[in-house]
Design a protein around this ligand. Structure first.
Ligand code: N01
Length: 520
């Protein structure tokens, strides 16, 4: 069938949307596994880094240990903190992009407006707007990879009067670094991961901090080494000192032993997410004890913070310094609901008005996966399109692809997040899977590849069966759920995901082939 010489490669063009961690990883794996590729990355921001480029709020940091939040094969043993800061993580990914020569593919300030499958050419037409000059152009590719992230569509909360506020208005995910809140009266609305990081970071410098807490979050770390040791639950101690970092620099093997021990702990005990499991009961007791211990200065706060739902139903957050900040004299925790915002402050439903100079909304994101930019597949069908307020089932195959959308792979779309374990090792193996698929397409003269409808349905059935056994589907407000269904998470542990991605089931995919005899 093939008329091309055996020693020539079929040229393939790949467009990757997004220059965050997924886009960088995908490019590295494509470079490593496939030859003769033309890779173009479009990124709406002015530089790489995705989440870590965009989130610049005070205190922004990783909420899992930094030693597990890095490439498996390219360790940084010198993380200055156990939960590294956003700028330190961003600097790591800058170094990675330089080292693996990824930057040359990147086009910054280029926002994708639309992607449309051309059935005749078997290519994607991608319309891109250059934000600097407003000009739009259409580029084409054989393979389209969306690496557009999940937690980046920030929204103002719908609180009456918010836009009438006359002071400084900030959102955690769109922080204006020119604004200094030092010495000011500040309100922080929201007690999710972002609010929990912002509060201890700004508390020492502000005059007064009113913290408006509506939803609850389990705030505890499974790595509270001293506590773990005291209770004899684990012999591990993961804390380290500057001299340990120096020693690791001299002896990489000893660092790798530390890292492995930590990773083993992060990845183990998936049964903690299973409803009614012994681990779940133990975690609940243990986290309750840790929260109470940290609030001994103001024990009355515990009632306002202790969640009624199970640990891990929504993202667990370690919250270093958070409870300690809440017990300081310049902090007022307000649990009475907000009624409205005025020109000068916030009114709660008990009629009390508190004047503030700045309001920080740490109120989260739209995480619906729908209507980001239109992606039109076979017969013009639109991917994950919300119409008249109705959110479709976000059906997909192994989070990577969707039937009806050939030659399209996605990172951090539905069912790709991690509720327990490590996202990075999962992204690495996803990137490897996608690179293998592109290599297969190139080597076997495949024209189109897409998951079969049956395989996609099986995967979605597995998601339904799995999640109903877990605490993720309990009633708690969490971005893991869309329209009441756990849509953001991988259905299993991250180790399960790694195993699934390491061994592609090619029989789950449908293929069409190039007819070389008819090639012009
Ligand atoms: O957002 P959230 P986030 N009035 O949605 C409250 C990741 N992350 O930006 O629960 C009053 O979790 C809302 O209350 P309720 C991480 O995965 C990672 O903090 O809806 N309050 C809640 O308390 C995380 O899960 C890192 O009742 C209002 C809060 O605002 C995800 O991002 C760091 C309100 C929003 O919490 C999102 O975290 C930071 C209103 N009108 C974040 N509207 C890492 O370290 C909302 N709230 C990797």
């Amino acid at each position: 069938m093939a008329s091309r010489r055996i020693d020539t490669l079929r040229p393939i063009k790949v467009i990757i949307i997004g220059a965050g961690i997924s886009g960088i990883l995908s490019t590295i794996k494509l470079q490593q596994l496939v030859k003769g590729l033309d890779v173009v990355i479009y990124e709406k921001n002015a530089d790489l880094g995705g989440t870590w480029y965009e989130n610049r709020y005070p205190g922004v940091a990783c909420d899992i240990p930094a030693h597990t939040y890095q490439l498996s094969w390219d360790s940084n043993s010198a993380w200055s903190q156990f939960y590294a800061s956003g700028p330190e993580i961003l600097a790591y990914w800058h170094r990675v992009a330089e080292k693996y020569d990824v930057r040359k593919h990147m086009n910054f300030s280029h926002c994708v407006a639309e992607a449309r499958w051309d059935e005749v050419a078997a290519r994607w037409a991608v319309t891109v707007t250059n934000i600097m000059d407003g000009q739009s152009a259409t580029d084409h590719c054989d393979i389209l990879i969306t690496a557009t992230g999940v937690l980046n569509q920030w929204e103002w909360p719908s609180i009456p009067g918010l836009m009438d506020f006359g002071g400084k208005l900030l959102h955690s995910a769109n922080w204006d670094t020119e604004i200094d809140v030092q010495g000011k009266n500040v309100a922080v609305i929201g007690a999710g991961s972002s609010g929990i990081q912002i509060v201890p970071s700004i508390q020492p410098g502000v005059r007064r901090l009113d913290h408006y807490v509506r939803g609850r979050t389990w705030i505890a770390t499974p790595f509270a080494a001293q506590e773990i040791q005291k209770r004899g639950l684990d012999e591990s101690n993961f804390s380290y000192l500057p001299q340990d970092i120096e020693a690791w620099g001299r002896d990489p093997e000893s660092y790798l032993r530390y890292r492995k021990r930590l990773e083993d702990t992060v990845q183990s005990n998936y049964d903690v997410v299973l409803r009614g499991s012994i681990s779940q009961t133990k975690a609940k007791e243990y986290f309750r004890m840790l929260m109470a211990q940290r609030l001994t200065k103001k024990p009355e706060l515990l009632d306002h913070f202790l969640p009624t739902f199970s640990p891990l139903c929504k993202r667990l957050t370690p919250g270093p310094g958070y409870f300690e900040a809440l017990t300081e004299d310049n902090v007022d925790v307000v649990t009475i609901p907000i009624e409205r915002i005025t020109k000068t402050g916030i009114v709660t439903t008990d009629g009390r008005h508190r004047d503030v100079d700045a309001i920080v909304c740490a109120t989260g994101f739209n995480t619906h996966f729908t209507n980001r930019f239109p992606v039109y597949g076979e017969s013009g069908a639109q991917l994950f399109s919300e119409r008249d307020g109705i959110i479709p089932r976000l059906s997909n195959y192994m989070s990577l692809a969707v039937h009806g959308f050939p030659n399209l792979f996605q990172f951090l779309g539905p069912n790709s997040g991690v509720g327990h374990g490590n996202l990075l090792i999962m992204l690495e193996t996803m990137a490897e899977y996608v690179a293998k698929a592109v290599e297969k397409l190139q080597a076997q003269d495949i024209r189109t590849i897409q998951p079969s409808m049956a395989a996609m349905n099986h995967f979605m059935q597995h998601c339904d069966d799995h999640f109903q056994r877990t605490v993720f589907s309990e009633d708690c407000s969490s971005w893991y759920k869309t329209d009441g269904r756990v849509a953001a998470l991988w259905p299993g542990s991250s180790l399960h995901a790694v195993k699934a991605f390491k061994h592609p089931r090619w029989e789950d995919w449908e293929y069409t082939y190039i007819d070389n005899n008819n090639m012009s």
